[in-house]
Design a protein. Structure first.
Ligand code: RNT
Ligand code: ZN
Length: 420
């Protein structure tokens, strides 16, 4: 579509939205201020750089073998650079500890990681004006015995405590260097395939282990601790140590950031409804926006009803400073760059859609007890010219429209990915 047509369609759209009391220009401005944290692990199927040829060895799984995954830090950052050229707005990058880099012959195990092992990521983020988030990697490692921080094996458990403590120092160094707090998210796969005889001991061990991990005081200006629950995992169907109740309790008691992953609840539960409750009791929330299909399948995020519900709740709560938006999925069955681009753009589209809803009219109707009008307004929004505003956002950000980015990804595939 020509620039002229984008502008013409946008002008008409602004007039239509104004009739509903909605300021489309203000919606675009607000969208520009909402950072989305891009997960680096979509680019290489969560493999990391410790053992690049090796497969994942436990606790997490990616499916698919589409060619062209990033094999080195340079390839991964290069792919991310390309993704950033296709998405507008403000962003952060979310990196796992297993993406640390070592000089030749100087590899250390995860419990000895230092900020210097992330220096290339930090320098790259700085150059690109990106914030960064971080995660201890508590899976795919010989010390993972089906359990990590909740392991009954004291040596293993202490190894994972040292690792998590090390990542907090790294996260603080990242946050200090980039001038923006780095959220360090703890997720563990620990659990049992079959019915446990003792559900309590692993949870007590986890609670004590977390206390040990978090013992060193950190400046919240530099880093924030987050904890992520899960309902079940493959091979841990009957019992997951770090359940929602566990971490909700832990985060409330210790005032930690609570991570809500859209794929980590029963399929009919939506995290959208959880935000307003959690925010009353925990200081901040980290979202892992994902798309479960029947289970926590980590499908690429699209503009689904669930995503729109999350975005609506974010806009209605209007507490963007307390809610960090991160993406978390890994699809190795399609072009990985496209997977990133579709997911980030979907998140932004859902936010823009929510920012363009006639919220004042809906709230007025609700206050007056007029639920008929509230429902009617909700439906009216669905046929408004949302796409014209989205195109204008993309055009202003100098990124391709929805009709054009795929062509660029296909060329990148032909020129870069297919040579790997
Ligand atoms: C796994 C969790 C976790 C991971 C990342 C890689 O079910 O969602 O957040 O996806 O740490
Ligand atoms: Zn997650």
């Amino acid at each position: 579509m020509s620039k002229k047509n984008v502008e013409a369609a946008y002008k008409l759209a602004c007039e239509r939205y104004a009739e509903l009391g909605v300021d489309a220009e203000a919606a675009i401005k607000r969208l520009l201020q909402i950072p989305v944290s891009l997960h680096c692990w979509q680019g290489d199927d969560v493999r990391g750089f410790e053992n690049p040829e090796g497969d994942l060895t436990g606790g997490i799984q990616a499916t698919g073998n589409y060619p062209g995954r990033a094999r080195t830090p340079e390839e991964l950052r290069g792919d991310l650079d390309f993704v950033f050229s296709l998405v507008g707005g403000t962003h952060r990058v979310n990196v796992h500890a297993c993406y640390a880099e070592f000089e030749k012959g100087k590899k250390v195990d995860r419990d000895e990681l230092q900020p210097e092992h992330m220096k290339n990521w930090i320098a790259w983020a700085k150059r690109n004006r990106l914030g960064m988030d971080f995660n201890p990697t508590l899976f795919s490692h010989p010390r993972f015995d089906g359990f990590s921080l909740a392991s009954r094996n004291r040596k293993n458990r202490e190894f994972w405590i040292r690792h998590t403590a090390a990542t907090r120092r790294i996260a603080a160094a990242i946050g200090r260097a980039l001038g923006s707090p780095c959220v360090n998210n703890v997720w563990i796969p620990d659990g049992f395939k079959d019915i446990p005889a003792d559900r309590e001991t692993p949870r007590r061990l986890l609670s004590e282990a977390l206390d040990a991990c978090f013992a060193e005081p950190m400046n919240p200006k530099h880093m924030l601790d987050a904890v992520e629950s899960k309902l079940f995992g493959i091979g841990a169907e009957s019992y997951t140590v770090g359940s929602h109740e566990f971490y909700m309790g832990y985060a409330v008691k210790n005032q930690k950031v609570l991570t809500l992953d859209a794929g980590h609840f029963h399929p009919t539960e939506t995290i959208a409804d959880k935000l307003s409750s959690c925010l009353l009791f925990v200081p901040e929330i980290l979202l892992h926006v994902s798309r479960g299909v029947r289970w926590d399948s980590d499908h690429v995020v699209i503009v689904s009803d669930e995503l729109v519900a999350i975005a609506q709740e974010l806009v209605r709560l209007n507490q963007f400073k307390r809610i960090h938006i991160g993406l978390d999925y890994f699809d190795a069955s399609i072009n990985r760059i496209a997977a990133w681009v579709i997911g980030v753009r979907a998140m932004q589209k859902a936010l823009l859609y929510a920012l363009l809803e006639p919220l004042t009219a809906m709230r007025d109707a609700e206050k007056a007890g007029d639920y008929t009008s509230r429902l009617a307004w909700l439906e009216t929004a669905k046929t408004m010219p949302f796409g014209a505003v989205w195109d204008k956002f993309c055009a202003d950000e100098d990124v391709p429209l929805d009709t054009a980015w795929l062509g660029e990804v296909k060329s990148y595939e032909a020129n870069v990915l297919s040579k790997r």
